[in-house]
Design a protein around this ligand. Sequence first.
Ligand code: PEP
Ligand code: MN
Length: 352
Amino acid sequence: MIVVMKIGTPEAEISRLAEELQTWGLSPEKIVGKHKTVIGLVGDTVDLDPLQLQEMSDWIEQVLRVEKPFKRVSREYRHGEASTVIVSTPNGPVAFGEHSPIAIVAGPCSVENETMIVETARRVKAAGAQFLRGGAYKPRTSPYAFQGHGESALGLLAAARDASGLGIITEVMDTADLDKVAEIADVVQVGARNMQNFSLLKKVGAQDKPVLLKRGMSATIEEWLMAAEYILAAGNPNVILCERGIRTFDRQYARNTLDLSVIPVLRSLTHLPIMIDPSHGTGRAEYVPSMAMAAIAAGTDSLMIEVHPNPAKALSDGPQSLTPDRFDRLVQELSVIGKAVDRWPLSLAALA
Ligand code: PEP
Ligand code: MN
């Protein structure tokens, strides 16, 4: 349920109301929007009568029920306003959200060695990316495939961060590694295979770093938003949703089906920022540029693109990785669409 306050409601009145609602066993959450302040109520609200709530203060404009199963992530919960996730990076803060320029995340699938990660960081930074991605812990289908270098790769990401000033996005697979990962990462990634690992979701929700939540390969939009709800319910409001392709019947020509229709769907259902990953979405480097352009045209807030200095030799996901030169050209191509939708130049941190 949400309680929409009238414009100009005194702070003291909002606090008084929140305290009274707490005595009813509810957890009021104050949400300050651009235009209005809203009090979000999560808890057992089925028996509450909106009219009775309305009578608690003359400053209440409206009391509305959030009918969806996801509450905190729903667009209604912020009275229709988009949220902005601000991530600090050495080069300065980068904003993810509907009212911000496009944010670009690029880098290899896995962190392989210091030279390649530092070189890739420098190249993607020069091309315009604000974040370096790269896995230290890799979720691989085969137990015999390269599993990532683990903790030592976190140190290499830190070196690449120092060398480039880029923010770092890297995956956490196991709750036991979260503290180590969060120490290095500016954004902690929960991968597609862990989207419904509820213990992990609760843990990333109980720490401060923003979370990138990838869509499970067979997850419905509702399941995905309910997974995000776990993170917000645990106390972390900074979640970015990343579409990375869903499993479909035709795997001959593309690894997955990149579901670009989620962009307008998510926009209507949730206030959270959106990222599109055309690399895992298609599995083929030659299809990445057109899907990246389409994603910007369709309104994505950010992109994640795999880039490797020598894709033919990559230890994972080489076929879908762009070379640094191709990535550089792609960013220039993207600028045309980005300008057309008024979300370019990239954030200032990219130019630092
Ligand atoms: C990745 O980003 O390298 C990755 C493993 O992604 P996903 O979880 O989407 O498969
Ligand atoms: Mn990958």
